[in-house]
Structures are given as C-alpha cells and as structure tokens.
Design a protein around this ligand. Sequence first.
Ligand code: KIV
Length: 267
Amino acid sequence: MPKLSLLELAQRKLRGPKLTMLTAYDYPTARVVDRAGIDLILVGDSLGMVCLGYPDTVSVTLDEMVHHTAAVARGTERALVVADLPFLSYQVCAEDAVRSAGRLLKQGRADCVKLEGGRTQADKIEAIVRAGIPVMGHIGLTPQTATQLGGFKVQGRDAEAARALEADAKAVEAAGAFALVLECVPSTLAARITQAVSIPTIGIGAGGRCDGQVLVLHDLAGLFDRFTPKFVKRYADLGRALAEAVEAFRQEVEDGAFPGEEHTFTG
Ligand code: KIV
C-alpha cells in the first residue's frame, strides 16, 4: 500500500473525505490503525500520560519519542507518521528545533513532525520546513503550555482570544506547515479558521467543521481511565475486555484448567 502523499492530503481539504488521525505509540497498535485506513498516525507526546504513566506531557523526552516513533514506523505502511516534538526540544532556538525534528526522521523514521504554538513558534516551523521536514502545527489548547493557558480549558472564547488564535493559524500556515491541529476551541471559531487557511485543519474538541478529526487511541478504545475529556467518544471498552481476559487466566491457572491438553506437548 503506497504512502499517503502530502499532495493527496492537501487535496482532501477541497474534495474530501475528511481526514482521520489517531495516536499510536507501538508496533501492534500502529498496524491496527494503519490497516483500518486511518490517514495519519500521530505519535503524540500524550505517550507520556497514556503509556508511560507521567502526570503530564511536559515530562516526555526526545529519546522516548524517538524510541516509540521507530516502533510505530515499523508497523505502518500507508498512513503518514507524525511525531510530536516534546517540550523544550524546539522552543529555545531554531537550531534545536531542526536537530530534534531531524532525529525523529532519521532515527524514528517519522514522515513529519508536529509542534505546539502559533506566532511564537513560527520561526521554528519555518526553519524545520527549510531543512526539508514537513511540519504540522498545533494551536488552541496546547498541553505543553497548559499552565500558562490557565489549565486544560477551551481556548479562544472571547473576541480578542479568537482573533489571536486566527492570527496564530495564519502564522503557522505562512511558516510553511502542511496541516494544523485545532484543540479545544469553540466550533464556530474552528470553522472560521478552517475557512481562513488553505491548509487542512484537524480538530480535537473543535467541532465538526474542521477538515479532519483526531483522537487519542487509548481514549477511543477505553484504555485510559484517569480522566475523559468531553470531546472524547469511547468506541470500545478494551480496558474492561483486557481485565476480564487477565482475570480469566489467573482463575484458570489457579483452578488447574489451563493449560489444557490442546496447549500441551506430548511424547
Ligand atoms: O499528543 C497528542 O496526542 C496530541 C493530540 C491530542 C492532538 O497532540
């Protein structure tokens, strides 16, 4: 199955169907997501919270991102693999940003990178794109700087904040990003930004009028229960299914029911 091209991705804004993006952090889930026809696989820094047990995304290191991105890339054929640049791997200067993005491509085998921030990070986006690495932007609620934004809450609610977010979106586009994640913004503002930029927007908690949608796989599958944001739709309860399987194994070993004849070598 050939890789989805950036050109095809750009055309989907005009022609549809809407773009789909899900996170994956390892080889088996990447295979499931890729085979289901999802367009983009995000190795998000949500890795830290849903897989590594950190309290936030700030703790995630570039080494961890490289390690997990490489596993995802090995399990992916068609989807574009987007790797998150973790906190402080790009904010200090453009040179850091290019080197960090380069590691995610060279060692992690990502197809492109994502970073958080609008006008303040436009110079980093520009530098990474100039180095030949496609960049996805991410504005609205940006978890790496959630404390500065007043916590995990909807962004761009008043007129001034909405104007600022629209300016951020245009700055990300002008810097050369190929797509833009809009996280936790009112749906009318997300629709306005989607109309105002020529690159596809991918929403999470941003309503149905973006050019695509993204969710964290562990939220969608019921594998993360520390908290569930309002924008998450849970499509399965794999956490429960897994707990039942583990419990059944324990019970059968204790009862002597496993292993049975069919799982036993004779002779
Ligand atoms: O890290 C992540 O999973 C993300 C998505 C929420 C867009 O950035």
